[in-house]
Design a protein around this ligand. Sequence first.
Ligand SMILES: [Zn+2]
Length: 442
Amino acid sequence: MKIYCDSVVLPTGRQVVESPALVTIKDATITSVQTSDLDMADADIHLRDAILAPALVNSHTHLALHSLRGLTSGQEANMVEDIFFKVESKLSNDDIYTFAAIGAYEALLSGTGLVWDHYYAGESVARAIADTKLCGVVAPTLQDVSGPGVTSLEKQLQATESLNAETWQSNGIWSAVGPHATDTVSDELWKTCTYISDSLNVPIHAHLSQSREEWHRSLSAYQKTPTRRMADLGCFSRKNLWAHAIYLSAEDYRLLESQTIAYCLLSQSQFAEPANIVAYENQGIDWTIATDCAASNDSMNLQREISSVSTVAAHHLSNDPEDTSRESARKNNASIWSPEYLVSRASHLPGALHPQFLAGAITPGAIANLVVYDKNHPALWPGENAVRALAYSNAAPAIRRMMTMGQWLTEDFNHSSICKSDHYAQTVHEASKRYQSLRKSI
Ligand SMILES: [Zn+2]
């Protein structure tokens, strides 16, 4: 299949650019991207009044936590332990499948093609992702010190290995190793995780330094920060993915230079604990944009997150009119305002984190996950700057078509066509029944 479009969003270094291009797709993969000597007669599909962009890559979420959306107040001392763990201990594998499927549909409808998910019952999450035609890197959650996953550790270790298989990959599913967090996982299990990561050639995806409790527990049990402990356990010997990294010492920032941090601004803001991306930038740490989950965001719309991140650098500036640091700070942090830079953090940078595939990029060798946006939709018209539109506009309602693994999802891809599909109707009916019984039990 050869697709021509005047406005194609292409990766270049740590940025994206807009260019006319002819994109060739064979099976599930982009095989060539031609940007010069273009002859539209070569195209099977000529997209008019459209933007052709890579489907976004959400580098940290828990799709099944759609079931807890709206249940928290933000005033909990420790939301994960006080609310999530209690509910999660009651979830069956079938609950997790149906709730994750609803989350997957929301992700798709906002232009996300691949998610890095971290949850209990990894195979149920993987089935939900594959059945909805989303793609995912699934990290079955591993815990051995505390948390609802302690009793299913062996099963989730097995799932980590069984998901790393050609049959899953042909359905858009890859595996990652998912130790939960530094205070719920022992040194021994962290070492096992680094061993599995090396032997399967898949990254570790874990939470790091996400709460004050975790920080203090680490200092009292190990006399070191959570980040220092991870470094000492060899967890930074390959490039891994760490969600949050909020509480960091000056030394921790240096230790994280070789790692990637998933930054979930809207979720972290609900806890009043946003991480410091200006410090990440100053330290040269790679960071990506992610949503976390509907229980704490409350949306899977990653595109909304991109525009929110663009406001962050401004919040670090002084409000003193005599303070001349404002202009220099704005210049120093210019990248955080840059649409070209921000879009890359939710597309090809997280799409290159797994050694077994490329996603989030319209480039040869990447999986063909594409979104066609309609420039004549009022949310995007007149569609002058495609990259800016993806970073700052509300682009999701303007999605005209979407492709994952080289297959168009539906001819007319929008909210009503998805919600009228048999699979969605059955899933939401089943999920609602299961949600009602879960609500009675908590
Ligand atoms: Zn999380």
